[in-house]
Design a protein around this ligand. Structure first.
Ligand SMILES: Cc1cc2nc3c(=O)[nH]c(=O)nc-3n(C[C@H](O)[C@H](O)[C@H](O)COP(=O)(O)OP(=O)(O)OC[C@H]3O[C@@H](n4cnc5c(N)ncnc54)[C@H](O)[C@@H]3O)c2cc1C
Length: 426
C-alpha cells in the first residue's frame, strides 16, 4: 500500500465524524509487548484491551484509524454470524460450538458496554435489529432462527406484515424477525473514539505507518515500517479485507469483496416519521443482503454488494438508487449526497479465521461483512489470550489456507454476484 494516497474517502461518516486522532508515522526503533498491525475495530479493540491489562502496545496503521472497513461500514451492530446455533452445533464439536454461539450472541453487548464505560461519542443506539423476509419463502428460516435463539434465552420475536411495515415504512415486506441485541453506531466515530481511549491507556498509535516486513529475531519479532521498526514478543495482524503481502498466503486465504453504500439527503421530519421511525437497523434476507438504517441527520443509508472492482462513477451505484426507490417510493427523487465503498473479507467456510502461523504471531480476519460486534469482541478475546487466559479464543485456530484459483476471484465473485442477484429477483 502507498500510504500517501490513502486519504479517508468521502462518505456520510467522514463528513460527520469527530476529527481523526493525531497519529504520527513511526520514525524510531521502538520496543513493545505487543505490536498490532491494522487500525480497524479488530486492531483497536486488541490494543485497547491489551493496554488495559497492562501491556505496552504499539499500533501500526497504513493510512489512518478507521480507514478500512471499520470507518466505512453500515454501522449496524449485529449479533450472530452465517450459521444459526443448530447449524453451528452440527458443524463443530459441542464445546467449540457453544463457545462460538456465546461469542457471536454476546458480541453486541461488548460494543454497547464500551460505549457506556468510556463515554464513546458515536451516536450509539440499541432499538434492535430487523431482518425482514424479502419474500414469503424466507419466513420459515427466520422463524427457525427465532426459535433457536429464544431457546437460548434471547427475547427475539417474529413480526407480522403490519408490524413490519410500521417499523420499516416500506410496503415490501410481509414479516420480519426483531432481534433486541442489535443496534447501530456511527462507525468512523466509534473507531476514532476507540483510538482516543486506547491512546489514553498508553497505546502508541502510528498512522501512515504500513508494516512492510516482519522478521523473527531472537525470541520475538521486528515489524518494519518505511521509517522505523518495533520489536516485540507478540504481533497481532488485523488487516482483514485490506490484507497485503506481509504474511505469506494470507491475502489469498480470503476474498476481499466490495460492499457499496449510498446516503440520501436528510429526510424531512414527515418522511422520517414514516421511514424507520424507531431507528432500527435492517438487513433483509436476500442472498446479496440489502442493509439500511437512518443516521443522526436522518439520512437513509443503504448498502449492498457491488461490482468486484473499485467504483469509479455514480452509475456504479445505480442498483442501490433503484433499491432505495423500490423500498421507499417516497424517496425516489430524494437526492443522494454520498456514495462510497469498502472491502469486506469473505471466507470460504463463512466463519471468521484465526491463525497462528508462528509462535507469538496471531492473525484474525474474515468477518464476512458482519464485523462491528465480532471484530470488537475478537480484539478483547485476543488480548485475553495474549494475557495468558485459557480458551479465550472464540474460533478454532487454523492454518492459513489459500483459496484455489484465487487469481480468478474477480471472475467468480462476479459470476456468483450475478447468479445470486438473479435468484433474489426470481
Ligand atoms: C461497506 C461496508 C459495510 C459494512 N457494513 C457492516 C455493518 O453494517 N455491520 C457490521 O457488523 N459489519 C459491517 N461491515 C464489515 C465490518 O466493517 C468489518 O468486518 C470490520 O470493520 C473489520 O474490521 P477490521 O479491523 O478487521 O478491518 P478493517 O477495518 O478493514 O481494518 C484493516 C486495517 O488494516 C490496515 N492495513 C492493511 N495492511 C496494513 C499494513 N501492512 N500495515 C498497517 N496497516 C495495514 C488498513 O489500512 C485498514 O485500516 C461492512 C463493511 C463494509 C466495507
Amino acid at each position: 500500500m502507498n500510504p500517501t494516497t490513502l486519504h479517508m474517502p468521502p462518505s456520510a461518516w467522514a463528513a460527520s465524524a469527530p476529527p481523526a486522532p493525531v497519529g504520527t508515522p513511526l520514525d524510531t526503533q521502538a520496543q513493545a509487548d505487543v505490536v498490532v498491525v491494522g487500525g480497524g475495530f479488530t486492531g483497536l479493540s486488541t490494543a485497547l484491551h491489551a493496554a488495559e491489562a497492562g501491556a505496552r502496545v504499539v499500533l501500526l496503521e497504513a493510512a489512518e484509524v478507521g480507514w478500512g472497513a471499520s470507518g466505512r461500514n453500515g454501522g449496524q451492530v449485529n449479533p450472530g454470524f452465517a450459521f444459526d446455533p443448530p447449524r453451528t452445533r452440527q458443524k463443530y464439536p459441542a464445546e467449540v460450538a457453544d463457545r462460538m454461539i456465546r461469542f457471536v450472541g454476546s458480541a453486541p453487548d461488548l460494543v454497547f458496554d464500551l460505549v457506556r464505560k468510556h463515554a464513546l461519542d458515536c451516536e450509539a443506539l440499541r432499538p434492535g435489529w430487523l431482518q425482514p423476509a424479502h419474500r414469503d419463502t424466507a419466513l420459515p428460516d427466520l422463524e427457525a432462527r427465532c426459535d433457536a435463539w429464544r431457546a437460548l434465552g434471547v427475547d427475539m420475536r417474529m413480526l407480522d406484515g403490519a408490524q413490519t411495515r410500521a417499523l420499516i415504512g416500506s410496503a415490501r415486506y410481509t414479516g420480519a424477525l426483531l432481534d433486541p441485541r442489535g443496534g447501530s453506531v456511527h462507525p468512523l466515530a466509534y473507531a476514532r473514539e476507540l483510538a482516543r481511549v486506547a491512546t489514553a491507556l498508553g497505546v502508541r498509535i502510528h498512522a501512515r505507518s504500513p508494516a512492510t516486513a516482519l522478521e523473527r529475531e531472537g525470541g520475538g519479532w521486528t515489524v518494519r515500517t518505511p521509517a522505523g521498526a518495533v520489536r516485540a514478543p507478540r504481533v497481532v495482524i488485523a488487516t482483514n479485507g485490506y490484507t497485503d503481502g506481509l504474511i505469506p498466503d494470507l491475502k489469498q486465504s480470503v476474498v476481499a469483496a466490495n460492499s457499496f453504500q449510498v446516503a440520501t439527503a436528510p429526510l424531512s421530519p414527515a418522511l422520517s416519521q414514516q421511514i424507520l421511525p424507531g431507528r432500527h437497523a435492517v438487513s433483509d434476507t436476500r442472498r446479496l443482503v440489502l442493509y439500511y438504517r437512518k443516521d443522526a441527520q436522518d439520512r437513509l443509508i443503504l448498502g449492498g454488494r457491488g461490482q468486484f472492482g473499485e467504483p469509479t462513477a455514480a452509475a456504479d451505484y445505480a442498483h442501490l438508487h433503484k433499491a432505495v426507490a423500490a423500498l421507499f417510493p417516497a424517496l425516489a427523487a430524494q437526492p443522494i449526497d454520498y456514495r462510497w465503498s469498502g472491502r469486506v473479507a469473505m471466507t470460504v467456510d463463512r466463519t471468521p479465521h484465526l491463525h497462528e502461523p508462528a509462535s507469538g504471531l496471531l492473525v484474525a480476519l474474515g468477518y464476512n461483512g458482519r464485523g462491528i460486534a465480532m471484530a470488537t469482541a475478537m480484539g478483547r478475546a485476543i488480548a485475553a489470550h495474549l494475557g495468558g487466559a485459557a480458551d479465550a479464543l472464540p474460533f478454532p485456530v487454523t492454518s492459513v489456507r489459500t483459496i484455489p484459483f484465487h487469481g480468478l476471484r474477480r471472475a467468480y465473485v462476479g459470476a456468483a454476484t450475478a447468479w445470486y442477484m438473479l435468484r433474489d429477483e426470481l
